[in-house]
Design a protein around this ligand. Structure first.
Ligand code: FAD
Length: 241
């Protein structure tokens, strides 16, 4: 297990109305796309709280980017939205996780399915994949309540415009869809089947990340879309929603 070390907040940027990007200066080993950090906060009275946050930046970047969704009744996540500031020091350890990872040599085609802040480790994979510039097809299906709540939306749109092998489908559940190829409902077996048929590739690896409810809903639909369980990896962030 890696040791706790100090990490300094370089800057915090609003990514969506509920998600903030937190950029850390941290002396951690180069991560593999998909891995996470443990973050620990200590109150003046010594009380400690620790949570896991996936790394959204590509491996090898100078700053480590985390995205943190504010849960109004949460203990740790509101701190990053209301209290933390550039220059503050927190504790972090990692990178951690050896299963929910993708390296360029793992190849593809790749199917990535994200719900809400579950985009974080998949964004690291997308960014790592894009740097390789290879022809491996990648389909990202990303679900959020509304178009405005899609983190990294502009970066994903730009990537799609510049990479013929990259396909990005936004699945918005509580607002109108913005583009003809997007989806206006939750990801289920029927919509997955359709998306895969339109994509015309058979995924070699499937990664699913989001809340418990998102991951359960999506993985229930995957066998129906004829995807074998052995190629599917999941990461659950907790919660019921
Ligand atoms: C491997 C891993 C990686 C993670 N990466 C990220 C990440 O990149 N970004 C991120 O924002 N979170 C991530 N999480 C979730 C994160 O660790 C915390 O659980 C989350 O920030 C809530 O912490 P909190 O202290 O604010 O809320 P808590 O005080 O722990 O919980 C408050 C309430 O929110 C519920 N809740 C907890 N998690 C969720 C959730 N995901 N959705 C809905 N309700 C929830 C709880 O059941 C509880 O009712 C990750 C979790 C894991 C296991």
């Amino acid at each position: 297990m890696s040791l706790w070390q100090e990490a300094v907040i370089d800057r915090i940027e609003a990514e969506t109305p509920r998600i903030a990007s937190v950029f850390l200066k941290a002396d951690i080993a180069r991560h593999i796309a998909g891995q996470h950090l443990d973050v620990r906060l200590t109150a003046p009275d010594g009380y400690e709280a620790q949570r896991a946050y996936s790394i959204a930046s590509a491996p090898g970047e100078a700053l480590v980017e985390l995205i943190i969704e504010r849960l109004d009744d949460g203990e740790v996540s509101p701190y990053f939205h209301e209290v933390a500031q550039a220059g503050d020091t927190i504790e972090a350890r990692g990178p951690l996780g050896g299963h929910f990872i993708w390296r360029a040599e793992d190849g593809g085609p790749l199917l990535l399915l994200a719900g809400g802040s579950g985009i974080a480790p998949l964004m690291a994979m997308v960014r790592d994949w894009a740097r390789g510039g290879g022809p491996t097809p990648l389909l990202l299906v990303y679900s959020a309540r509304t178009w405005e709540e899609l983190a990294f939306r502009d970066e994903l749109l730009q990537l799609e415009a510049g990479h013929p092998a990259f396909r990005f489908i936004a699945a918005v559940t509580r607002g109108p869809k913005q583009r003809a190829g997007d989806s206006g409902r939750r990801i289920d077996a029927a919509s997955l089947r359709q998306m895969l048929a339109d994509w015309r590739h058979l995924p070699r690896h499937v990664y699913v990340c989001g809340s418990n409810r998102f991951v359960e809903g999506v993985t229930r639909g995957l066998p129906d879309a004829s995807l074998p369980a052995g190629i599917i990896r999941t990461e659950r962030y907790g919660g019921a929603d």
